[in-house]
Design a protein around this ligand. Sequence first.
Ligand SMILES: [Zn+2]
Length: 506
Amino acid sequence: MTISVNTHYRENDWFASGERGVSELNRTGDSYRIVAEPGEPLARLIGQFAQLRGMSNRRCSSETSSWPEPERLIAMNAQVFAGLGIAKRNELKSQVEAGRTLYIRGSKPGATCKLDPFGPGSFELSTTTNASSYRFTNDILVPNAIRNEAGSLSLETPGAQRYHPMLRPLLYARYSNDERPIIMAMQCGAGTILFDLTPCPPAINEPILHRLADPSKRAANIGALIAVDTARGRDNTIASAFDLVMDDRPANFDYFGIGRLQNFLDHANSLSPGVHIDFAWTPNQTHISRRYLSVLQTFNTGFVWHGFLRHVDHNQIEDLDGEIAAGRALVNTLTKKYGVVFQNVMVFPYEATNTNILARAGREGFLATMERADSRPDLDDALPIHLSYSTAAHTLGDEYVPIIRRYAPAMLSRGVMLAIATLGYPLIATAHPRDAALRRFKYLNSNGVSFRLFDHVFAFAGEKKLRPLSLEQIAVELQQNNNLWKAPLNSNESSGVSAFPLSAYL
Ligand SMILES: [Zn+2]
């Protein structure tokens, strides 16, 4: 059960105070420039990904004749790039050499792309365009979660041939009897030039997470993400964090689940060695089996709050002050009695909250709360559609505790896990005792079949070497990485993109 944040709040705090959103964006000092008309697919696509990462665009009037500074990213259609005179090319080159990223998108089958003066030589574009599969390389610019990933692809795009060795393939496409790069990178001084040969898809509003989860759309969208992340200096070697949250445990008088707990933790570690599992403990559960806790302590586990005091819908609590005071007293008791530590993280029972409770949790010092990724359509509605489900957390504002997205195992297809990890977000799987056969009086068959619900998640975390972190560590990391934490809320798509005028180039 989830109680929606009311619309009144949302309008007042998210839209009317757009200035706050703007200042959050500008805190990064990043901006980008698009050489295109604002309505063009490229301008809209790069605008969406730049917005996802909290970059602001530079607004330039059509009278602008010189290029504004500073930007980190310049995005340009291949036709515009091909038509640049040598003076403009030299000007662009000095900007890239100073550390900017130049993203060139699109191509014409059979054409030749001259690299002068950015580097020696040229490359040719194939005349065949029917690509049937793709394969990422392990280049440093490829997010580590999708390095060497391959899949089927149905895309009409030419590939590069006879390319100079200083061009590094990031993504290959397979044609009937050939494999050719369709995204390439080239170092130029302190900057990077990216050639993304795939045609820019028509402007779409589909959530970015879903596009990156869908193998057939991944190839057409990954270039924009790589361009923005390269411009922002993302360290692609850092793997995403991984944690599993088990709600409602430990629980009073749960003496019968100890063997199953041990089996479950052994099984999890066999698939994902060292996996971190947090247990959401309701403070009024004070009669816990010491053997249960001692099993937990032999694994990489932790505890978070599951309610201020009781396992109830917190919207129904009349005396919140009394509830919190009693809960704190019991947590102190538990800490002393069992030698455990409660992280400053709250998982609300039933994920049921309202703005009053979220604000109070923030004032009480909780760093974050967790909710299922799909549980707040009201908040996702407040984001532009392309950002829906595509941020690491719901961020209502500094006065509220942030809500990190967590995922039920059934939602975590390989595509969704790849998308989460490609974006660099923490992968947090949520579990209930019944899912892992940890519930009292529930008897497993001899194979422990219920454990299998998480197998694909543990296996993915193991395969991608995701970092086992506690929820508190994840919350701290997200806070430090402001641009993952605070997705921009203030602008819709049309105002989120403004293009540098083509006239300045022609
Ligand atoms: Zn619960």
